[in-house]
Design a protein around this ligand. Structure first.
Ligand code: FAD
Length: 479
């Protein structure tokens, strides 16, 4: 497998390059403005919120302010899993007033959301390669298999049947996707594959067709409650203030850049690589005809998809966190991370061993201190926000957007009573504890994975599980 000088690194992502590069820039905010709703951030969360707001209230003036361009963030760089996976912990959400029933409702709503994304893609002619092929989680070691079974048992205890998670034997797993060394898998039908940048570009255009105004190259420097009798809230930019009845923060992994929210969400880094198109002979060997999204059960897990143009795109954590919540420059990742992901890909798919890695990139996702996403709107201050999806944000951002739109308009519905609405997570620790904590966690995960993959010794497997568990407990990661 080659990397070499021809491998592109950054340029936001392969997904944008496949569309011909970053899109033509929309104008910046022309000057001070007034709006009914001002949304800060033009990723899936901000754009879905704007899209549904205009559907519910077509006469409202909805303005989106985006620091770079719509889809510059995680929404234009992700793995393209539109998954119904809960962006948080069942047990933690169940501590809310609606208990376990609320959690079941949230999970059902997320499953419906996968279809809702597909429905809007069809209705708005968004050509995002949406295929609802389900999700495969594959175990390639005894320890991973044990974890897979434990996860399935936990799901069964919550009432999930085969229609939600189905166990697959070694042969059934390999029949779908021939992952080398696969010992078994779990299939979840409620998941789709998309080309992420095509989705966000199409969504931005659909929102504009509904009358949403998107201003790019317009970073918001502060969000605050307006003073005076008119009320409302203000988003401050160098081009002037936008005064609006409501201001919504949809900045996910970039949230630390705004005053007042520096420790709200940790910008967790995730990197991806994509191969050149594989020959037909390789696809014959690999299978993957159902275009399932694919992940493994390692502690430092990977996620992958078969792209519509015949490549494998695979991602995982490289350098998980940069000191002081810093973010990457236009998606450039460390070459060592690209090499490591390439090695995992080659191990999983020997038939792709000679394929060149064509492009590597990275991005940031938002992680709250308790690893549980929230959708919040305060009718008194007129400020709202949604996010903290911990890497499961493609579908969740749609549900969050629909919910935030209803909250802003003062509506109550089954969506506005889901347990992530108003969920509160405490702040992250100040530096250097934050940096040390995340790097320590991933060092433990990598060590645990190494111990588990050096087959044969059960004590190593137990040690690996204990190490990873210790990391989870210290970091507050729920199970
Ligand atoms: C490499 C990678 C792989 C991933 N894979 C998956 C996956 O397969 N499935 C899944 O479900 N999730 C995945 N995720 C997570 C998912 O992509 C995100 O949860 C989702 O895109 C979040 O959307 P968002 O709109 O909230 O944030 P973003 O897409 O990050 O959008 C935030 C936007 O706000 C803008 N912004 C920030 N600050 C300001 C400011 N001050 N003023 C104006 N604008 C501002 C940014 O420029 C950005 O465009 C992945 C994430 C990464 C990084």
């Amino acid at each position: 497998m080659g990397y070499g000088p021809t491998m592109r690194n950054g340029e936001v992502s392969y997904w944008w390059r496949a569309l011909g590069g970053a899109p033509p820039r929309r104008p910046s905010l022309p000057g001070p403005a007034e709006a009914d709703v001002c949304i800060v951030g033009g990723g899936y969360t901000g754009l879905w919120t704007a899209y549904y707001l205009k559907g519910l209230s077509p006469r409202s003036r909805v303005v989106v302010l985006e620091a770079a361009f719509a889809g510059y963030g995680a929404s234009g760089r992700n793995g393209g899993w539109v998954t119904a996976e809960l962006p948080g912990s069942r047990d933690r959400y169940a501590r809310g007033p609606r208990g376990a029933v609320g959690v079941r409702d949230l999970e059902a709503a997320l499953r419906d959301t996968v279809d809702e994304v597909g429905r809007v893609c069809a209705a708005e002619s968004i050509r995002a390669d949406f295929v609802k092929g389900g999700r495969m989680s594959v175990a390639t070691s005894a320890a991973q298999l044990a974890r897979l079974r434990a996860g399935l048992e936990h799901a069964r205890a919550w009432g999930d049947g085969d229609d939600v998670y189905e166990f697959l034997s070694r042969d059934e797993t390999r029949e779908r996707i021939n992952v080398a060394g696969a010992l078994g898998g779990v299939y979840a039908p409620h998941s789709a594959r998309v080309q992420p940048a095509a989705l966000v570009a199409g969504l931005a255009a659909a929102a504009e067709r509904r009358g949403v105004e998107i201003y790019e190259a317009t970073p918001v420097t502060a969000i605050r409650v307006a003073t005076g009798t008119a009320g409302g809230a203000i988003a401050r930019t160098v081009f002037g203030d936008v005064r609006a009845d409501s201001v919504l923060r949809c900045t996910e992994g970039f949230t630390a850049g705004l005053p007042g929210t520096r420790r709200a969400l940790l910008p967790m880094n995730s990197s991806m690589v994509v191969t050149e198109p594989l020959p037909e002979s390789a696809w014959k060997e690999i299978g993957w005809d159902g275009f399932e999204t694919l992940g493994d059960e390692a502690h430092a897990y990977v996620y992958a998809q078969r792209t519509a143009d015949g490549r494998i795109a695979i991602g995982g954590r490289g350098v998980p966190y940069r000191f002081g919540s810093a973010v990457d420059h236009r998606g450039t990742t460390s070459p060592a991370t690209a090499v490591a992901l390439g090695q995992i890909l080659r191990r999983m798919f020997p038939a792709a061993a000679s394929a060149r890695i064509e492009h590597a990139w990275c991005g940031v996702l938002g992680v709250p201190r308790d690893w549980c996403a929230s959708v919040s709107y305060d009718a008194a201050s007129r400020l709202g926000w949604a996010g903290g999806y911990t890497g499961h944000g493609v579908a969740a951002a749609n549900l969050a957007g629909r919910t935030l739109a209803e909250l802003v308009l003062g509506e109550s519905s089954p969506l506005t009573s889901l347990p992530w609405v108003g969920h509160h997570s405490r702040q992250w620790e100040p530096e250097p504890a934050r940096w040390a904590g995340v790097h320590g966690l991933y060092a433990l995960y990598r060590l645990a994975d190494r111990l588990e993959s050096s087959a044969g010794s059960p004590s190593r497997v137990v040690a690996g599980e204990l190490l990873a568990r210790a990391g989870d407990i210290v970091s507050g990661i729920p199970h």
